[in-house]
Design a protein around this ligand. Sequence first.
Ligand code: SF4
Length: 386
Amino acid sequence: MTVDQARGRSVRLLHHDASERPFIVIWEVTRACQLACTHCRADAIRFRDPAELSTEEGRRLLDELASFGTPRPLVVLTGGDPFERPDLVELVEYGTSLGLSVALSPSVTDRLTRAVLVDLHDAGAKAVSLSLDGATADSHDAFRRVDGVFDATIDAARTIREIGFRLQINTTVTRGNVRELPHVLQRVIDLGASLWSVFFLVPTGRGANLEALTAAEEEEVLHWLHDVAALVAIKTTEAPHFRRVALQRAGVEALDDVFPPGPLRSDLRATTAGLLAGRESAPRRPRPPIDVNAGRGFAFVDHVGVVYPSGFLPVAAGSVRDHPFPQIYQESEVLRALRRPDGFGGRCGRCEFRAVCGGSRSHAYAVSGDLLGEDPSCAFGPATVG
Ligand code: SF4
């Protein structure tokens, strides 16, 4: 089976040209946050930066995002903690009035109250994502470096569901918590989350102090995630080779013969089987991973308006203070280069999956300083390599 034949079934393709418009835009509305998580991409600060985009500038950015027309990009307001912005409800209301689908990615602090969540839901916000990096208070609170965050996260997740939001759970995987993943999966299912976003640590920001998985370990985890994809919708962040794994597994009957599980996957499987044995929940049709990557259907705007291909790839494409967002997205040489996989280096440049995977550009940049370089977090040896 060719990649093209397989991709229609096991990878979701965009219905538009990713060089014309993004599928999703993440806007870091502020970098302020009361937490100090060990893996923070933003290296968040305690107080709001006076230089962050003003309400008026934010409304203009939302106007520009809506100007793409249908299908409009999904917009996620993140931080820092977006709840640190007093105009958050106004921004959500304005974005919704323009026809944008707006989601929120708050930190679990005492600002995350039912009253504010109800206001945001009334303003039109559709989904809220929360972080859960461990399945118990001990492991999660250690990651977040604040006691009590785990219990508050579970409470907040229930409130978010009660109010009527779609709930997404985000989990950062490191060598320290990888064997806890089946327990986190159980939590994700029990909380009724619509989506589990599994983030593969990029050594940037405070995350540089944590231990990322090796490429071989990451491969094992990606196969395990595909194994359990019938239990909950799963997406990966900074592991686009999950799409390659989905394509490789498409139509394979004897998966263990073709992709023999190593010790890590065997361990994850055994724990999963033990935890979920006897559950009534009916398996669902797995949700195929979507074909977007840094700068190709995906863009990030930081708190002062600088556009990046991803929040983990600190190579600026331009500022919305200088140029409209659509112009930066379509014309920036940084983003255009990321949409040309034939120009990638090393294994990614020669890989038969490069057009639909492309590798984590953030991992490539973090390790080699070359955003077009080979993704060192992928264990695949392309057939075209000698
Ligand atoms: S070699 Fe690069 S393009 Fe190929 S699957 Fe791995 S990360 Fe993706």
